[in-house]
Every structure is written in structure tokens, then in C-alpha cells.
Design a protein around this ligand. Structure first.
Ligand code: BGC
Length: 695
């Protein structure tokens, strides 16, 4: 320690939030140790802990170097949302993209994905995982739609909380990104997202609040965009007042990467703690301190958060793994990737063909299967931006179908988007045709490092032509769509018998697809977004202007308000059976702020196969003094049922989730009115209905 320094840092009294952040570690001892460190470190040493030092990776990660003399371990950061980043050049398990995991509607499964990704990234010495991406899917043209979970804040929050808990249970710090309102790629470095306070609080922030309050996320990444005129890294409203002041966030905020920090003193004062990946601005902080433009005490506020994260997670007490490939691509992780892909496939349409539903395919009678489409035989894992994963052991759709079909079924693959004479004959004579199509990394992704935003919601025209050509020749055509979000089915869907949304299904996607198509498992995915009939049914998407306004309504809430039916509703998905709902009952008919109540419903499997159903609970406020959404998802649950079986399913609602944000008083208001409680299989279904009253 530098004994010549006379600076004495202020002592710190832990709060409930800082203690909770520290988990099982001794929070009081850690805060005292930080106080001692803050007295001992020089201003220059402190500033060194506040930024990365190289543009590229050093030994597999972006490093915020520690300080050996003071036993400060530093931080080692890396992406990402679907597995260990391709930036390392190492092979890892490519999990299905988060949007597909969202389609499972199963937080316990997502928790296991978080655990597995954390184990894989730790194998190269990562201690901060740059995930989850948890921005609202405001519009399906957003290039990074695939990285997030949903168009709905409640659903997104539930999945992100599970992921964060899984990651952090394995000793890796998660980073909730990108805070906030980051839902456009092409203009991400300049756009000012204008959003009124009520919309911000009710639509764009509640899932982040849950990441902080419920999951105790260790870090938060600020967004590139501006929000209401302030760069996200300089938004005192977002970082200081809301994130820290109201939610009690005790960890650190790091900037996003490509010029995502917009100043030094102003960013630090607003609440940014670390500039990544290099200190373009923060390097100046030492001289700013010397010139009296910011005090060392102000710097200490950031330092305390940075050190707290390192010490509460015990990074000083463990040896970093240099590189241990045996902990990646393990049989367990590959089998989890397959399970998740199977669970996330959404069956959008399944019409009768020759007297029976087109799906499942019957291996006992099927003899000739033809597989076509641009994604049939490619490794289509998703965006090539920061979420990219290099994965060995990728099973394409064609490989998965071939393996499942076995020796008795001839699988013919036709490439290209035109059918020549032999191709036409093969399609005509096939017992079933599977067209694996949709998007690729060249169509959507992160800006600069990937493809950016989508140009529209249609399939490539050649693929529509191919679907039509196949449909004209065969009565059992199954279209498998891959992509991050909604792809329009209008115009061709009525010509085909079945449609499956397969997202980017990860390394084992082909095997999972085959399991679902052949009926080894009934499809259980439910859409985490709405698929409209036309793009014009949605609010506009503007990725060119320097300023855009986000309104209160988008997705299913917008469609419900406009009275426009979706082609495929939020929450919807077919199975190989049907379910009946009955006997809706509430635990209470009058409720108060701070409480929870439950709705119970009997779900019956009316078919002949075991399957999973996902009852969803929507709320409508009656007679509110402000305009509310016709429906808001407030809870969901899941049940697996044997043929003919029934079960009672319980859905829990937090009463505070019935409140609206009153901008005039800057407070949540729980109105003493009646709320319809609707339990339904999707956002558009009538479902069962009852009423609860708030006091
Ligand atoms: C992305 C982040 C990512 C970072 C590091 C940025 O451009 O927006 O999501 O974590 O790069 O790869």
C-alpha cells in the first residue's frame, strides 16, 4: 500500500440491497475491505480499474485489468446470449437463440441453459457474461430480435430472470443488456428513442427491474442509443434515479462496445462505471480529478460498485481457467440444446391431408420424403454478430430428418429454389415434402458486425415460389420457417398443409425438428411474438431517422387495440392434441397492493398423445382513468399431461403488476377498480374469464 497517501475514503454502511447483491458472501467485511482499498489506491490506479485496455480480446476475453499489488482480480468479459462467443475461435455448444428459448415458455429450462452457457464461458476464463439481451421486441424487423425473448415485458422478464439465476449460480456475473430501449440496429449509434415516462415504466423497463430486484443481476450494460435526448451511458434518469435510486442496483454498469461511451465526467456522474472495451474517454479521468473537475470521492462511488462485484463473487479467491475445451460441447450440453430446440418448435398450422392431419409424419407408412428450401442443408445458427457461436456437431434439418427416417424411408434432397423436371416428379411422388426455409445471418443481425435490420417481413421471393411449386404438386407440404422473429405467412400458408416456426434452433436443431415432425414429441412451443397478416398491421419501424417515438402499444397489445386479428397470435401454437380449460377460480376476489393472488384452472388433454400446455393469464383493467391495453400478460404456467388426463394449474399474479405509472405524480397507481382475469391458451383466444377487485 502507498503509505504516503493521506486520502481517507468514506466508510460505507451496507444496505439491504448491497447485502442482497453480495449473496452468501460477508458483505460487511467486503465493504470494509473496499473502504481500505479506496484509501490505498491512487487516482490513476482507480481509473485503470474503470476501463478496458485493448480493442481486441486478450486470452479469450475483454479484460478490465485488476491490480496485483492490491489483490484486485479485475474482470474478464465475453459474449454471449446463445453460448460462448465465436470471437474466441473456440468451438462451443450453440444453443437455440433466445427467442426460441422464449418460445418454450419454460423458465426452469432457461435456467439450465444459463447454467450450461456459464460453464462453457468459464472454461476460457470468463467471469462476466455479456448476456442476456433483454430488450423488448418492439418490431420484428429489428436485426437482433433473435437475441431477446419476447415482445412482452412479463414473459421477457420471467425468462431473463431464470437465465440470470442460472448463469450466476455457476459463479459467472451476468450482464443485463442493453439498458434501455434498444430495439433498432441500423441507427443504433445515433437514434434518440423518445418515449413517454409511462410507456418507459410499463413497457420498456419492468423486465430490467426484475433482473435487478428478483435475479440480483451483477452488471448492466448501457445501450448505444439515446433515450429522450440523453445517451444511455449519460442518462442520469435511467442509471442514477431509476436503476440505482429506485431499484437499488448495487453492481456496476459498463458501456456498450463500439463507441458506446460519450464522455468522461458526465458519464460517470450519470452512473456509468466502466468504459469498454478501451478507455477512450475514461483515460482522461485522472487528469479530470487533478484539475478538480470531478472529485476522487465521486470516482470512489463507481469503484465501490466495481470492487463489490469482484469481491462478492469471489473472483479474488479463485484461479482463472486458461482454456479447458473439455468443459464445452459436453454430451449434457448438446442434449440440453436438443431438448430446448424440441420444446421451442411452434406448430402454426396443421391441416388435414389425405384424411389425417399433415403432421406428425408416420414413419410406419411414409416411404418417400422430399426435403427442399434454402435452409435444408445449411448450418443456420443465427446472427454472425456478437452473439455468434462457432459450434462443432451441428445437425442440419436434412441430416436430422435423414437420421430419424432410417433405412425404410427414402429422403431426397433437392437444392435451389426452382424445381426441374426430375425435381417436380420427386415432389409429386413423395408421401410428404418438407420445405425448410426462412432467414439467414445475411438477412438479419447486429449492425456493423452482422446484417443489421430486416428489410421486410416476407420470405425471400424465390422461396415463396418454391413453396407454391411444391404445394401445386403435393398434398402434404410442411413449411419449416427459420428466423429470429415474425415471418409473414399470408399469401402462401393456405396452399400448404403445415407450418412450423423453428427459429435458429442451435447445434442440435435438425434432430429436434425430426423428433417433432415424426411425432416423437408433440410440439409445445408458443409464439413469444405476434405474426401479423401484413407489416402494415404493426406500428411503423424506422431505422433511418435520428429520432423515433416509441408508443405505448406494439405487438399483441397493439393488434388487440386496433381490433386487427394476427395471422398467428402471441402465445399461440398447436399441438398433436387439443386441451380444454375449465373451472377457473381465484384465491381472492379483493386484493391489495403488495399481495399476490392465484388463479387456478383445470386443463384437460383431450387427445391421444402426451403433451405440454401453457395456460396464460391476461388482465384487462375496467373503467381505468387512463387508457389501458385490452390485454396484458401477467402470468403463465405449464403442465404436461398424459392422454385424457386433467390437472389443476395455478397461475400467480403480483397485485402490483395491475398498477399503471402515473407520470404526473411519478408513482405507480393501483386503481380500486375491477380487473378482468382471463386464462387462455393465447393472447387472442377468448379463454375463461373472471374478475378481481383491487382495494
Ligand atoms: C454489442 C453488445 C456486445 C458487445 C461485445 C456490442 O456491439 O451491442 O451486445 O456485448 O458488442 O461484443
Amino acid at each position: 500500500m502507498d503509505s504516503s497517501r493521506s486520502y481517507v475514503a468514506e466508510a460505507f454502511s451496507p444496505t439491504a440491497a448491497t447485502r442482497a447483491y453480495c449473496g452468501a458472501a460477508d458483505a460487511d467485511a467486503i465493504e470494509a475491505r473496499i473502504t481500505a482499498l479506496l484509501s490505498a489506491l491512487t487516482p490513476a490506479e482507480k481509473v485503470d480499474l474503470m476501463h478496458g485496455h485493448t480493442l481486441g480480446l486478450v486470452e479469450h476475453t475483454w479484460e478490465v485489468p485488476g491490480n496485483e499489488a492490491h489483490r484486485i482480480p479485475g474482470l474478464h468479459m465475453l459474449d454471449g446470449p446463445r453460448g460462448l462467443s465465436a470471437f474466441t475461435q473456440g468451438e462451443a455448444t450453440a444453443f437455440p437463440v433466445a427467442m426460441m428459448r422464449g418460445a418454450t415458455w419454460d423458465p426452469s429450462l432457461e435456467r439450465r441453459v444459463g447454467e450450461a452457457i456459464a460453464e462453457e464461458v468459464r472454461s476460457v476464463g470468463v467471469d462476466v457474461l455479456l448476456a442476456p439481451t433483454m430488450n423488448i421486441l418492439r418490431h420484428p424487423r429489428w436485426g437482433r430480435a433473435q437475441e431477446t425473448y419476447s415482445e412482452d415485458t412479463h414473459h421477457l422478464g420471467s425468462m431473463a430472470v431464470a437465465f440470470i439465476e442460472g448463469v450466476q449460480s455457476r459463479g459467472v456475473l451476468a450482464s443485463a443488456k442493453h439498458f434501455a430501449a434498444n430495439s433498432i440496429e441500423d441507427s443504433r449509434h445515433r437514434v434518440d428513442v423518445r418515449v413517454d415516462e409511462r410507456t418507459l415504466r410499463e413497457v420498456y423497463l419492468p423486465h430490467f427491474r426484475r433482473a435487478v430486484v428478483d435475479a440480483r443481476v451483477a452488471s448492466v450494460m448501457s445501450a448505444y442509443n439515446k433515450v429522450n435526448g440523453d445517451w444511455s451511458d449519460q442518462s442520469a434518469h435511467l442509471l442514477r434515479d431509476v436503476l440505482r435510486g429506485e431499484w437499488g442496483f448495487a453492481g456496476f454498469v459498463e458501456s456498450d462496445w463500439i463507441l458506446g461511451t460519450h464522455g468522461d465526467v458526465e458519464s460517470v456522474r450519470a452512473g456509468l462505471d466502466i468504459e469498454m472495451p478501451i478507455g477512450l474517454h475514461f483515460e482522461r479521468l485522472t487528469s479530470r480529478i487533478e484539475q478538480g473537475e470531478i472529485s476522487e470521492r465521486e470516482i470512489d462511488v463507481s469503484l465501490r460498485r466495481i470492487l463489490r462485484a469482484q469481491l462478492c463473487y469471489g473472483l479474488d479467491a479463485r484461479a482463472r481457467v486458461a482454456d479447458d475445451p473439455t468443459r464445452r460441447l459436453t454430451p449434457e450440453h448438446l442434449s440440453l440444446a436438443r431438448e430446448v430446440a424440441r420444446r421451442g418448435m411452434v406448430l402454426l398450422r396443421n391441416e388435414a391431408s389425405r384424411g389425417a392431419p399433415a403432421l406428425p409424419l408416420d414413419a410406419a407408412t411414409l416411404r418417400r420424403l422430399v426435403v427442399l428450401g434454402r435452409n435444408a442443408d445449411v448450418e443456420n445458427l443465427g446472427d454472425h454478430g456478437s452473439s455468434n457461436v462457432r459450434s462443432a456437431q451441428v445437425v442440419t434439418a436434412l441430416e436430422g430428418l435423414r437420421a430419424r427416417a432410417g433405412a425404410g424411408i427414402t429422403v431426397t434432397h433437392l437444392s435451389g429454389d426452382a424445381l426441374d423436371e426430375a425435381g417436380q416428379r420427386a415432389v409429386r411422388e413423395a408421401d410428404a415434402v418438407v420445405v425448410v426455409t426462412g432467414l439467414q445471418a445475411g438477412d438479419e443481425g447486429e449492425a456493423e458486425v452482422g446484417a443489421g435490420d430486416r428489410e421486410g417481413l416476407e420470405l425471400p421471393s424465390g422461396e415463396v415460389g418454391l413453396i407454391r411449386a411444391a404445394a401445386a404438386l403435393n398434398e402434404r407440404v410442411v413449411v419449416v420457417l427459420e428466423g429470429g422473429a415474425a415471418i409473414l405467412t399470408r399469401g402462401w400458408r393456405d396452399e400448404v398443409e403445415a407450418v412450423v416456426m423453428a427459429f435458429y434452433p442451435g447445434a442440435q436443431g435438425g434432430s429436434a425438428l425430426a423428433e417433432v415432425l415424426f411425432g416423437d414429441a408433440a410440439p409445445s412451443g408458443r409464439l413469444p411474438f405476434s405474426i401479423p397478416e401484413r407489416e402494415a398491421d404493426l406500428p411503423g419501424f424506422d431505422n433511418r431517422s435520428d429520432a423515433v417515438t416509441y408508443g405505448y402499444f406494439h405487438g399483441y397489445r397493439h393488434l388487440a387495440r386496433e381490433g386487427v386479428p394476427a395471422a398467428h397470435a402471441f402465445g399461440s401454437g398447436l399441438s398433436y392434441t387439443t386441451f380444454a380449460y375449465s373451472e377457473l377460480a381465484l384465491s381472492a376476489t379483493t386484493v391489495r397492493a403488495g399481495q399476490s393472488f392465484t388463479a387456478s384452472v383445470t386443463v384437460t388433454n383431450r387427445g391421444a398423445v402426451r403433451a405440454i400446455e401453457t395456460p396464460q393469464l391476461y388482465v384487462t383493467a375496467r373503467g381505468s382513468r387512463v387508457e389501458r391495453s385490452p390485454r396484458d400478460l401477467r402470468s403463465f404456467a405449464q403442465v404436461e399431461l398424459a392422454p385424457g388426463a386433467s390437472a389443476r394449474v395455478t397461475l400467480t399474479v403480483r397485485v402490483d403488476d395491475l398498477a399503471y405509472w402515473d407520470a404526473a405524480t411519478s408513482a405507480w397507481v393501483l386503481e380500486p377498480i375491477a380487473y378482468d382475469v382471463i386464462v387462455a391458451p393465447d393472447a387472442a383466444a377468448e379463454g375463461l374469464r373472471t374478475t378481481v377487485r383491487a382495494e
